[in-house]
Design a protein around this ligand. Sequence first.
Ligand SMILES: *Cc1c(COP(=O)(O)O)cnc(C)c1O
Length: 355
Amino acid sequence: MEPWHGLIKQYGYFLPVSEKTPVITLNEGNTPLIKASHISDIIQEEVNLYFKCEGANPSGSFKDRGMTLAISKAVEAGSKAVICASTGNTSASASAYSARAGISTVVLIPEGKIAKGKLAQAMIHGAMVLQIDGNFDDALEIVKEVVDKHPFTLVNSLNPFRIEGQKTAAFEVCDQLGGAPVCHALPVGNAGNITAYWKGYKEYQAAGESKSLPKMLGFQAAGSAPIVIGKPVKNPETIATAIRIGNPASWKDAASARDESGGVIESVTDDEILEAYKFIAEREGVFCEPASASSLAGVIKLSRKNFFSKGETIVCTLTGNGLKDPDSALKLSKPPVKIKADIGAVEDLLRGCCI
Ligand SMILES: *Cc1c(COP(=O)(O)O)cnc(C)c1O
């Protein structure tokens, strides 16, 4: 078998590339689809739930799927520099792929609201990192103005190549399951990813690669749920910083994905997100970031309203790697116990624990 060589080579037939497109890849994609093993503890109905673990991508999030194509097309078009607004993962991914392509990156991030690992990634890959005293929506407005005036390529999901690359996650799910699931759940921030998955599922079905289409289930954080409440949120707040967005760029497309698929877009509270985040780590052995857990949080919420039927297959995308946000994990966990370097001290603590 040939080794995996990234999305563009794997799914090039479905992508806007030609022989002339220089392929800038870090061998992204081909991420694990893992069956949940303890889900019956929290969901009454017997469902087949899977996690699509996008934290296994090279820079640790699904953004790499869009970025391999966005950067390849930027290089094909002769671009020397890219720019983006980011809650963290777009900047991490853009920085990695442009480093590989040998072009420059400028990222605008909201000050103080970006997980440490993501900031470290942009910095070590050599991006110019600009922290603005505003939120993501402010940063995106500025970036859009910059690309109107200066020769930068925008690599936010407004760039259609981002969506094209990200739709391959739906292809993979179909390939891994032997068809589309009944429901696909994912977090919604700027709403590019739910748009991309829906596009992917439709194209794969049209090509005869899968028989059915899933219901798309999108979840926003309650303090940052413009699509749910039906108007932009001025000062979005949530612990799930990756989806702390008050005016999503792909709002309309996300609403179409919901309506065409017969799905829903709902909100989950920070407490519900954190409960799911802990469950996924403690019981399923997967460390994702808080925003990612909103997919499962939403499925748990819907299951309490008897949304699902017995035997249904549900896929939850876990969008990013937990290592990006160590602060959230540390805050939610018991601190290490400090003791003397002595076997007796260790044994004292072990009594009543596991021996
Ligand atoms: C970008 C991101 C999201 C939100 O995706 P959108 O396409 O903006 O809706 C969710 N989770 C993580 C970890 C992300 O990096």
